[in-house]
Design a protein around this ligand. Structure first.
Ligand SMILES: [Fe+2]
Ligand SMILES: [Fe+2]
Length: 318
């Protein structure tokens, strides 16, 4: 293709985005757009799948049948989110095997929040309330992102995330209104999950390297700091209803800004976990690799069956 032709295609592409039209898999797109989307969408898919692990840890120990049913449904939803997103990523010309390989080799990242352990039942409440709550704030703008398959997957994902957030909040509400020990358990979970939840929005705007380009492509509609502020403003009143206190001595309503001010985030901890040194990084990755290896016979059997069936068809046709 000549330089002029590429310039022309680029102009058509940019005009489409400006008009809020979707880019579909068969449309021409700049290589950088394709690569960025593969990176972000697969990172999102991996997060959904790895995100099943901390909560899966509590399915067998849920305190009642009702809680067990709700948690099972939530964890299954996360599997579904992962599968939609892997399928959507495959439309950009990368195979499922390659995506798994990137996760299993540690080349691809997933959300660092899932490298923290779930020590008590209250952690299941805190995850639903805070982690799924933060995920919603991150994901709602993606329903109108420019890449069609990603935007459409997000519509359903966000509806399910809102159920996850409510099931978590209800667990917290029950514990907070329970015995002093239960309330303490809820407070302890809030203490441990608050700061990692704020880190889910990513580095501050001045540290973030991808923001500008992603805003241009409408892959991002708001900056990390704006989303983080929105989460804090929304969550503080919810903590007040629970009668729990947010573990930040600097947290204070700022009348002038119309937002809560908050204390400094420990970015050293964030980068440590991103680099693989969080409390559960090794365990999480090993669990995924084991699941892949132990599932090999299922994949082999399915492939052998498909081959047999194809052979039979050829014979019949002949
Ligand atoms: Fe999800
Ligand atoms: Fe969720």
């Amino acid at each position: 293709m000549s330089e002029k032709e590429i310039k022309n295609l680029e102009a058509i592409f940019e005009a489409k985005i400006a008009r809020d039209e979707k880019i579909e898999p068969k449309d021409w797109m700049p290589e950088k757009y394709r690569k960025t989307h593969i990176r972000q969408m697969s990172q999102h898919a991996h997060s959904e799948i790895v995100g099943m692990l901390p909560e899966g840890n509590w399915i067998t120990r849920a305190p009642s049948l009702r809680r067990k049913v709700a948690l099972l449904a939530k964890v299954q939803d996360e599997a579904g989110h992962g599968l939609y997103l892997y399928s959507a990523t495959e439309t950009l010309g990368i195979s499922r095997e390659e995506l798994y390989e990137q996760l299993h080799s540690g080349k691809a990242k997933y959300s660092s929040i899932f490298n923290y352990p779930t020590i008590t039942w209250a952690d299941i409440g805190a995850i639903g309330w805070l982690v799924d709550g933060a995920a919603i704030i991150n994901q709602v703008p993606l329903c109108s992102t420019s890449f069609g398959p990603y935007a459409r997957a997000m519509v359903r994902v966000c509806k399910e995330e809102s159920f996850h957030q409510r099931q978590g909040y209800e667990i917290m509400l029950t514990l907070a209104n329970g015995t002093p020990e239960q309330k303490e358990m809820a407070q302890d979970a809030l203490n441990r999950w608050w700061w990692p939840s704020l880190m889910m929005f990513g580095p501050t705007d001045d540290m973030s390297t991808h923001t500008e380009q992603s805003m241009k492509w409408k892959l991002k509609r708001k900056t990390n700091d704006a989303l983080r502020q929105q989460f804090i403003d929304q969550t503080v009143p919810q903590a007040n209803i629970l009668g729990l206190s947010i573990p930040d001595p600097d947290l204070k309503w700022n009348e002038e800004r119309g937002h809560y001010d908050f204390g400094p985030i420990n970015w050293d901890e964030f980068w440590q976990v991103v680099k693989g040194h969080g409390p559960c990084n090794k365990e999480r990755l090993q669990t995924r690799v084991d699941a892949w290896e132990e599932g090999e016979w299922v994949r082999d059997a399915a492939m052998a069956y498909a081959e047999k069936k194809a052979e039979r068809k050829v014979k019949q046709a002949g």
